[in-house]
Write a protein that binds this ligand. Structure first.
Ligand SMILES: C[S@@+](CC[C@H](N)C(=O)[O-])C[C@H]1O[C@@H](n2cnc3c(N)ncnc32)[C@H](O)[C@@H]1O
Length: 336
């Protein structure tokens, strides 16, 4: 499927209309996480080219464009058509300094050069979902959502969470909850789903949340909803989030020019592990086994880690509790 047609309208002279009022609405809807740290690490300068591969509400993108005034340019991607439309309104004032594409960043390596962003100074991946998606009852991301369990970032393609719940057998459901949710009660939850759906389909977020609550033992103290891991697992599977992350990280090596910066904000350990290992492997370069005395693989380091991971300040977590699980990692592209 070609994503380009609807996107061409968003290129350059993005749809106008949001301006400051739209911006205020967006800002309230989704607060950009660790915005100061992200900007400090990306360090966008006038004349630079940046990619924000996860636009969401365009909070980070707007800051990067402001910091790179008057002529820095930004390619913004999001798989979600609603995020692209919202960002187009918010970023309209930057005119042809912005190019938007509705596309999954797993296709970054091909989409960015085609949009004129073949060698860039910065790439941001702010993973997961935005507050807009979380509160939209039609999308089925939140526990109390009354609509059908959809959970697709790109609502025009792929299978919804309700489809997976209806078609996976008990073994597949158990594996899914355990692999992508690290859920200790995955077997019990999968069994309850299979039993329940034999007489009534599990189609809404509300139904699923209640079902998980019934299936797992009540904890003594509870910090999060008992269905948190199950929802996370479904979302990851529906959007192949970890596969997309691997592809997006690999694309950074091709797209970043020497000295260019990669910044990734992840929100759970499965994502962070992938980012951490990727940076460590590309920093090491050589992949020869330790028993080989002299390097025969010929691989050289491609990245320099920008230090330990960072987490939001207590003040930010208090002001924006959704930032609490964020972890930022940064790396700089080395000369080939
Ligand atoms: C946490 S939000 C980004 C928020 C944004 N940084 C801001 O300041 O408003 C993540 C966004 O990335 C999008 N997204 C997640 N995975 C994606 C993927 N593989 N490809 C494209 N977009 C993705 C989601 O649709 C969501 O809008």
């Amino acid at each position: 499927m070609d994503f380009k047609d609807p996107l061409d309208e968003m290129t350059g002279g993005i749809a106008s209309g949001g301006s400051s009022e739209g911006g205020a609405e967006v800002e309230l809807g989704h607060l950009p996480v660790m915005a100061g740290e992200v900007l400090e690490t990306l360090a966008p300068r006038p004349g630079s080219l940046q990619i924000d591969a996860t636009l969401g509400g365009a909070g980070h993108a707007e800051r990067a464009l402001e910091a790179s005034s008057p002529d820095g340019r930004l390619l913004g991607l999001d798989a979600d058509p609603a995020a692209i439309a919202r960002s187009a309104r918010r970023l309209a004032r930057f005119g042809d300094r912005v190019v938007l594409r509705q596309v999954n960043f797993e296709r970054l390596a091909e989409v960015a050069p085609a949009a004129g962003f073949g060698q860039v100074d910065g790439l941001l991946l702010d993973l997961g979902l935005s507050s807009f998606q979380l509160v939209d009852v039609e999308r089925g991301f939140g526990f109390r959502a009354g609509g059908r369990l959809d959970m697709r970032f790109d609502t025009s393609r792929g299978r919804s969470a309700a489809d997976l719940l209806a078609s996976y057998d008990q073994k597949e459901l158990t594996a899914l909850f355990s692999r992508y949710g690290e859920e200790p009660f995955s077997g019990r939850i999968a069994r309850t789903i299979v039993e329940t759906r034999s007489h009534s389909p599990v189609e809404t977020a509300e139904q699923l949340a209640a079902l998980v609550e019934r299936a797992v033992p009540a904890p003594k103290a509870r910090r999060t909803h008992p269905a948190t891991r199950v929802f996370q697992a479904l979302r990851i599977a529906v959007n192949d989030e970890l596969g997309a992350l691997e592809a997006g990280l690999a694309a950074s090596l091709v797209l970043l020019r020497p000295g260019g910066r990669l910044v990734v904000l992840s929100y759970h350990s499965l994502e962070d592990r992938i980012v951490k290992r990727f940076i460590a492997a590309e920093q090491r370069g050589c992949v020869c086994p330790p028993e080989v005395p002299v390097c025969v693989c010929g691989r050289s380091p491609k990245l320099r880690s920008l230090g330990k991971s960072r987490t939001p300040s207590d003040e930010e977590v208090a002001a924006n509790p959704r930032s609490r699980s964020a972890r930022l990692r940064g790396a700089e592209r080395l000369a080939a």
